[in-house]
Design a binder for this molecule. Structure first.
Ligand SMILES: *Cc1c(COP(=O)(O)O)cnc(C)c1O
Length: 481
């Protein structure tokens, strides 16, 4: 047995590199990242290799170790060079945050020290740090002291927590599903339907409230739907408004919706995964008027606070409702009574063990302060307006509504041929040429192009580039028809 232990120990000690090995490995990784960041402005926002990363299978998981150089080569070829560069200033698709470098260092610190951010007893400091961040969000949103929140892996999970909380707050049970009514709009994110599905409410009544010409929920239509449903003896329960829709950045009229919801005792949840961080800047604060009157909300630091993917946040105005939804006890969760001054995150979330997410938000906020975030958000709003106005002045472009946040929708109207096909080809050509990366959506059945200005590396220069690429490519394709 002693011999066996010795053998096992010798091998298992490879799990812990010594200082010298750590230095070698770490420096290679850091150098690799530096090279990546240096070349990022010069590489395409979408890169592809012929094998699209499938080469990773050629190096299966076995007992045979490889060195860090080989590992980095595999990473570079199969992952780095096969797909989109969300952090590129030329990336305008979907809703990219970018990925702050300081957050990456925060992740390194969090992972290397492996603080347990699920329970107050395990790491009270980590919990205080996350409460500090939740409190900061609560304050810039305008929620009261008693609000509670949780840092999640993203917006979908945050919406799930909020919607489950709404269900619990209304004490809805399986027998209530068929008569419970949820009000959403055609522009709501599909994660709301997923959340309803997960909480067992896929079969509840889902009313799609019409939107106005700027894709905002029509409050009058909402009110009459609620009234009709009440008359029918149904149970209006939840309104989900969106503050910054994914397609166009539309902000539903929050204050009006809130008044209607509350007059009818309906829970108002606001999905602000994309838009709510804009409340940090003056212009955004005005656009998001009324947000503080909601019952729960979601925002995604990995979108408009520019974090690398992996951080969303949920806040519930009456914090105890979040707690009542998730609190559980178990004999194996030892927490001495009376010592905890803060509620453990596992009592506010479906998760127990989880990464120490706070650090990736805290470190950049502390190292550069809030001012650069506020400025960047104000800049994105202005850049979207600038892009919109420039496109208006160019012949050939048909524009969607003026941007409410930082997304602009538009399409090119060619002199001949089918508009729809033309714009699909325009999109594919732009992606293939690789100078910029944009995406598309469908509005009122029409295929439209979509430019989202959200990455922290997007400035005026990149927006000018986008305008030139769009114009040049459209003109070139028009000639070819
Ligand atoms: C992105 C987004 C989501 C989903 O968030 P994830 O972080 O991708 O899970 C939900 N709602 C809106 C409005 C979004 O823009």
């Amino acid at each position: 047995m002693i011999n066996k232990l010795g053998e096992l120990e010798e091998l298992s000690r490879l799990l812990e590199p010594n200082a010298e090995v750590r230095t070698i490995v770490r420096e290679k990784v850091i150098k690799h990242v530096d090279t990546f960041l240096e070349k990022l402005p010069h590489v395409a926002p979408f890169v592809s290799t012929d094998d699209m990363g499938i080469g990773i299978y050629d190096s299966p998981i076995t007992d045979e170790p490889i060195d860090i150089k080989t590992a980095l080569n595999l990473f570079e070829h199969n992952i780095e060079n096969a797909g989109v560069n969300i952090g590129s200033g030329k990336y305008f698709a979907f809703l990219p945050g970018g990925g702050l470098y300081y957050s990456a260092l925060g992740d390194y610190l969090a992972a290397a020290t492996n603080r347990y951010a699920g329970s107050f007893y395990a790491s009270s400091g980590a919990i205080h740090l996350e409460k500090l961040l939740i409190g900061w969000m609560r304050d810039f949103i305008g929620y009261p002291e008693q609000a509670e929140g949780d840092l999640t892996s993203g917006g979908s999970m945050a919406n799930l927590s909020a919607i489950l909380t709404a269900r619990e707050a209304y004490n809805l049970k399986a027998q209530d599903v068929a008569k419970s009514v949820v009000y959403i709009s055609q522009q709501s994110h599909f994660c709301i339907q997923k959340a309803l599905h997960i909480i067992g409410f896929a079969q509840c009544i889902q009313r799609y409230i019409p939107v106005d010409s700027e894709y905002r929920m029509n409050p009058e239509a909402l009110e009459s739907a609620i009234k009709q449903d009440k008359q029918k003896g149904l149970q209006p329960w939840l309104v989900v408004a969106t503050a910054g829709t994914t397609s166009t950045g539309a902000i539903d009229p929050l204050r009006q919706i809130s008044e209607i919801a509350h007059a009818h005792q309906v829970w108002l949840h606001v999905d602000g995964a994309y838009g709510l961080p804009f409340a940090l800047c003056e212009t955004g604060k005005q656009l998001l008027d009324g947000i503080e009157t909601s019952d729960s909300l979601v925002l995604d630091p990995h979108k408009a606070l520019f974090l690398p993917l992996g951080t969303g946040a949920v806040l519930v105005r009456e914090g105890k409702k979040l707690y009542q939804t998730f609190r559980r006890q178990a004999d194996y969760m030892y927490e001495p009574s009376g010592e905890a001054t803060e509620i453990s995150p596992y009592k506010l979330s479906p998760e127990l063990s989880r990464p120490f997410r706070g650090l990736r938000l805290w470190l950049p906020l502390k190292l550069i302060g809030v001012a650069p975030f506020r400025a960047a958000l104000e800049e994105k709003l202005l850049l979207a307006r600038y892009f919109y106005e420039r496109l208006q002045q160019l012949r050939g472009f048909e524009l969607g509504p003026p941007p409410q946040l930082s997304v602009v929708t538009f399409r090119y109207v060619p002199q001949r041929g089918n508009i729809e096909t033309f714009n699909q080809i325009l999109l594919t050509t732009i992606k293939k040429d690789g100078d910029i990366f944009i995406s598309s959506t469908r509005l009122d059945g029409k295929f439209v192009l979509r430019l989202a200005i959200l990455g922290f590396r997007v400035h005026k220069e990149q927006v000018e580039l986008a305008i030139n690429v769009l114009l040049d490519t459209a003109k070139r394709l028009e000639q070819e028809i």
